[in-house]
Design a protein around this ligand. Structure first.
Ligand SMILES: *[C@@H]1O[C@H](CO)[C@@H](O)[C@H](O)[C@H]1NC(C)=O
Ligand SMILES: *[C@@H]1O[C@H](CO)[C@@H](O)[C@H](O)[C@H]1NC(C)=O
Ligand SMILES: *[C@@H]1O[C@H](CO)[C@@H](O)[C@H](O)[C@H]1NC(C)=O
Length: 300
């Protein structure tokens, strides 16, 4: 309990410290001259929403060259790089002094985000989208310095092993479709603001007791298509309205009180190896407004 209070306090302090920055001070309302930034294309969507689309960049050097120039205004809302097969590394310094709120590089060939690659945006970035690349590493240890980060999408990459995560502000995490192979019991002890965790198809076999606890906002956990074989007591402690997806695992045993906190929502344990639904496990849950899907796979 003391730890939860402390985390909430940290969260509140971060809120106070960042509140003083006005949107107008941070975000460009004009674009640099088109000729300067080509092949990037800058669009003013409205006066605080300026998007830089660099999908047509041909090399890491070219990206660095565009952003090594001095722009009158350096705070852009979005950096958008989509389906680019030339950028393998997002290099440290490649984005110069330009800052972004959303950095989206997806459906590409990115293998590495260097430490320091995001450092100009530490106090501005809220969304990082790096899904569907070939990332083998990510500078997770810089997450605590991204003081406004809320959303991190790293799904569909080649990330191995569960990362050490630490962020006072992160609410949404996608690590799905990576060969993580494990889920440590202390995976989320330093991410107190998480409400959505997606770990679909990540090769997880065990979920230790206490893994999804101490997260006061937790409302959705997706462990679809892993290899989990049992749910022990005290694995999940969620907020009252929660959606929990455990379908397509190998679960044959579920302990009473494997989940607490939920009073409304959905628990999906379909397509597992459950032979029966034990009264002691499910009665307390089904007394509440919780829907359950425990259907068996058609082949069983
Ligand atoms: C970004 O530019 C590419 C072409 O370079 C285009 O295909 C894509 O639709 C653009 N995306 C956005 C969000 O404007
Ligand atoms: C980036 O900021 C540093 C320190 O303020 C400055 O020396 C450098 O010239 C800037 N670079 C660009 C491209 O604006
Ligand atoms: C699933 O569980 C059964 C026994 O409970 C075991 O024989 C089998 O190897 C498991 N499969 C996987 C993919 O872990």
């Amino acid at each position: 309990m003391a730890m939860i209070m402390l985390s909430l306090l940290t969260f509140a302090l971060v809120g106070v410290l960042t509140e003083g920055v006005k949107a107008e001070d941070m975000w460009a309302s004009t674009c640099p001259d088109a000729g300067l930034i080509t092949p990037c294309v800058c669009t003013v969507i409205d006066k605080t929403l300026t998007e830089m689309n660099c999908s047509a960049i041909a090399s890491e050097e070219e990206l660095a060259k565009v952003f090594s120039q001095k722009f009158t205004e350096t705070g852009f809302f979005t950096l958008h790089i989509e389906a680019n097969h030339h950028l393998k590394v997002l290099r440290e310094g490649a984005l110069g002094n330009t800052t972004f709120q959303h950095i989206r590089m997806y459906n590409g060939a990115l293998e590495k985000v260097e430490e320091g690659a995001l450092s100009a945006s530490t106090s501005t970035v809220t969304h990082l989208d790096f899904f569907n690349n070939n990332l083998k590493s990510f500078p997770y240890h810089t997450l605590p310095s991204l003081t406004r980060l809320e959303y991190l999408d790293l799904q569909m990459n080649s990330l191995q092993g569960f990362p050490v995560l630490s962020s006072a502000t992160l609410t949404t995490l996608y690590l799905s479709f990576n060969p993580l192979g494990e889920l440590p019991g202390d995976a989320f002890i330093n991410t107190p603001a998480l409400s959505y965790i997606n770990l679909r198809k990540t090769g997880i076999k065990e979920v230790p007791a206490g893994t999804f606890t101490g997260l006061p906002m937790l409302s959705e956990v997706d462990l679809w298509a892993n290899e989990v074989h049992e749910l022990v007591e005290g694995v999940l402690e969620t907020s009252s309205q929660s959606w929990i997806y455990l379908a397509n695992n190998n679960i044959s045993s579920i302990a009473p009180n494997f989940i607490t906190g939920i009073t409304y929502g959905f628990i999906d344990v379909s397509s597992n190896r459950l032979r029966e639904l034990k009264e002691k496990v499910w009665h307390p849950l089904l007394d509440q407004a919780i829907k359950l899907d425990a259907s068996r796979p058609q082949t069983m």
